[in-house]
Design a protein around this ligand. Sequence first.
Ligand SMILES: NC(=O)c1ccc[n+]([C@@H]2O[C@H](COP(=O)([O-])OP(=O)(O)OC[C@H]3O[C@@H](n4cnc5c(N)ncnc54)[C@H](OP(=O)(O)O)[C@@H]3O)[C@@H](O)[C@H]2O)c1
Length: 360
Amino acid sequence: MTPTTDHENPLKPGGQDEYGSPATKHHRVVVSRHGGPDVLQVVEEDIPEPQAGEVRVKVQAAGVSAFDLMHRRSRSLPGTPRVPFTLGLDIVGVADKLGEGVSALQPGQSVAGWTFAQNGGGYAEFICLPASDLVPVPMGLDPAEAVCLVVNYITAHGVMHRAAIVRSGESILVHGAAGGVGTALLDLGKLAGLEIFGTASEHNHDVVSAFGATPIDYHTDDFVERIYGLTGDGVDAVFDPIGGVRQVRRSYRALRKGGRLVWFGVTGISRRGMAPMVLTMLMRILLGLIPDGKRAPVAPDLRKHNTWYRETLTELLDSLAAGKLKPVVTERIPLLEAARAHELLERGGYAGKVVLVTGA
Ligand SMILES: NC(=O)c1ccc[n+]([C@@H]2O[C@H](COP(=O)([O-])OP(=O)(O)OC[C@H]3O[C@@H](n4cnc5c(N)ncnc54)[C@H](OP(=O)(O)O)[C@@H]3O)[C@@H](O)[C@H]2O)c1
């Protein structure tokens, strides 16, 4: 993937041009039309100006996620912006310029945040975000590790501690355990003192075991039978980002009495359109009505809880700085090679989170 203009790279690290003057142009990766990784194009444009209440961030690391692939492939997913648009839900970078009225952050400060207010936009060298969506990053953290916390760990924390409300000593089953959110659930589950089982392809079992969890091969094993074999009466919580009527029904069966199923993703059904998503939603509601002592709480919409988001992300960043968390970064790929990052996700066979990095 090459820039669409003849300027090779107008930015040197530090946001200066080759003569040391402040740069005025930057690169942004856009989805030019819906399709495969090749629809990602690099454009060169003026660096954006922060509006009142915003901070302009010089991006160092931007996360790539399963959501990005879904929005790139098809416009039928709810919330997909109109083309051309820029993907990227999470960034870490340096506060570069403050908009009017922003006093909580300083230029030069390291910050992390999500881009839901802009409906994406992280695949860029600069982005302007509401100051209220940014939190300071402790000194010395690796931006690629820190960016894993912003959406993946926040999602994992939300489903684990706001929806399922797990307690130390409980047992959980994590589906897609080697993925971006899956490894976040394993890491936070370990920190919370849980007994963990995780479904993953065999080539990812080492990653699952490294968090002290017991891997289950979902290709060859019936996970419900394995869970009963391993626990006797099921687990206290199941976290299911796979989706599908049969999948969530079986996840529910893997629960013991008092157990909670949290369905929060569509990894297994995202290519099949809206119908399987709606049917999965209905199945979750039906399961929640069965008077058997089990529950199927709704995954929280984390975007509606700004105070919780800021406090939790700050706590997670402090835990990372203290060495208590171990995010799995699959690979650091230069921003301008975003198409290669998408090819890697399309191929599968990776563990953790793929991160785009800039020279900043
Ligand atoms: N609700 C929210 O707030 C929220 C936020 C973020 C993400 N999500 C959802 O979370 C899901 C995961 O996102 P992600 O970025 O972590 O994806 P990811 O990194 O691509 O991970 C997905 C993993 O799923 C595994 N997998 C595929 N089919 C499976 C199956 N049938 N059973 C068990 N594992 C299976 C694959 O592992 P192997 O290679 O080991 O097979 C892959 O590593 C997405 O569906 C997304 O929609 C929801």
